[in-house]
Design a binder for this molecule. Structure first.
Ligand code: PLP
Length: 378
């Protein structure tokens, strides 16, 4: 990142890609309502449909399966409240936009544990699915705090073998991992525009054909009656352009390995400067852009503020929606004690991250750790 600041919080939001900025700006000049039949309306509709095709292509789905929403939070709410089921199974490490609606819906709710690496316990899931009744299994493809990747193909197979529906929150995985709808065989999947370089306030729920999903917004025929309301044409156009750019770099495979190299360099140097540092989820498959760590004896509050004063933006635990340093339910599910988890910091990289960003982060961390050491020594 250029300028005075070093932005390393891409799992919270990724800077707008230039392609997305251009698409948003151009779409703002289109005057029509996408539901109008005249030329202007058809132009707006054209932008929406083009983006729908791009979002569908990202995961190998068909355009008519894509329902545009205002965010992935809304997509997750639509999946949880709209699924024709009487029981919901979630994992202990889901995002609040799954856990809170699942509680609010008021039907039976069961939580599957994870192992100490943060991976969902498939044996427990299988035994829970033995109970009869229409069930939705909702799991994330990759965790927002640790980057830990879940075995979603296996989870989908287990669930479908027992007649359950499957929803995947692919917010952190989309554009970072290759996801194939035909291979995964899902019922629903949520994606977010601003996590892959599109504008904030855009998302989509991808829904299998003929799924009897109950809408939660009424009063218009948009999105095949699945989500009423005039579409955010400029946002959707930017979302589509960002998806296309993300998919191009994913297809080259150079971007995930470039980020993995930056992340690995960071983690190797971190352990050199603080040998007692703990990297969460490091023993399992993780997104190449995410590092979640704690240095015992240094609180997340102290690290966040000290790094921020040095011009570096990172995040702690699950702070992405509250902006506050809260104890992480994800690390708790992995069996991490309160003391260590209170020091958890997430560094997340993206398309704009460079070697120089990592240099600055390491230099700043070295100063903070050294200051802390001399404080203890004094
Ligand atoms: N799901 C996960 C795993 C997330 O990380 C987030 C945001 O951080 C969301 C859902 C919500 O996405 P949005 O910001 O588009 O509402």
């Amino acid at each position: 990142m250029t300028g005075l600041r070093t932005y390393l919080d891409h799992n919270a939001t990724t800077p707008l890609r230039p392609e997305a900025r251009a698409a948003v700006t151009a779409a703002l000049d289109v005057v029509g309502n996408g539901s109008s039949v005249h030329y202007e309306g058809r132009r707006a509709r054209g932008l929406i449909e083009e983006a729908r095709g791009e979002v569908a292509a990202l995961v190998g789905a068909r355009p008519e399966m894509v329902v545009f929403t205002s965010s992935a939070t809304e997509a997750n709410n639509l999946a949880i409240f709209g699924a024709p089921v009487e029981r919901i199974v979630v994992s202990a490490v889901e995002h609040a936009s799954i856990l809170e609606p699942a509680q609010a819906r008021g039907c039976a709710l069961v939580t599957v544990r994870t192992n100490s690496a943060g991976v969902i316990d498939l044996d427990q899931l299988e035994s829970l699915l033995a109970d009869p009744g229409p069930t939705l299994v909702s799991v994330m493809a990759a965790n927002n705090e640790t980057g830990v990747i879940q075995p979603i193909a296996e989870i989908a197979r287990l669930a479908h073998d027992r007649g359950a529906l499957v929803h995947v929150d692919a917010v952190q995985a989309a554009g970072r991992l290759s996801l194939s709808w035909p291979v995964l065989d899902l019922d629903m999947m949520s994606v977010s525009g601003h996590k892959l370089g599109g504008p904030q306030g855009t998302g989509a729920l991808i829904v299998r054909d003929n799924l009897n999903l109950r809408p939660h917004m009424w009063g218009g025929g948009q999105e095949k009656r699945r989500r009423a309301g005039t579409e955010n044409v400029a946002g959707i156009a930017g979302f589509g352009a960002a998806v296309q750019a993300a998919q191009r770099s994913l297809a080259r495979a150079s971007e995930p390995s470039r980020l993995a190299a930056l992340r690995d360099r960071f983690e190797t140097a971190l352990v050199e400067l603080a040998p007692d540092a703990v990297i969460f989820g490091s023993g399992t498959e993780r997104l190449s852009n995410t590092s979640c760590f704690a240095v015992p004896g240094i609180s997340a509050e102290l690290l966040l503020v000290a790094l921020d004063l040095d011009g570096i933006a990172v995040s702690s635990g699950s702070a992405c929606s509250s902006g506050k340093v809260a104890r992480s339910h994800v690390l708790a599910a992995m069996g991490v004690g309160d003391e260590l988890s209170s020091g958890a910091i997430r560094v997340s990289l993206g398309w704009s991250s460079t070697e120089a960003d990592i240099d600055r982060l390491l230099a700043s961390l070295a100063r903070i750790v050294e200051r802390k050491r001399t404080q203890y020594a004094a």
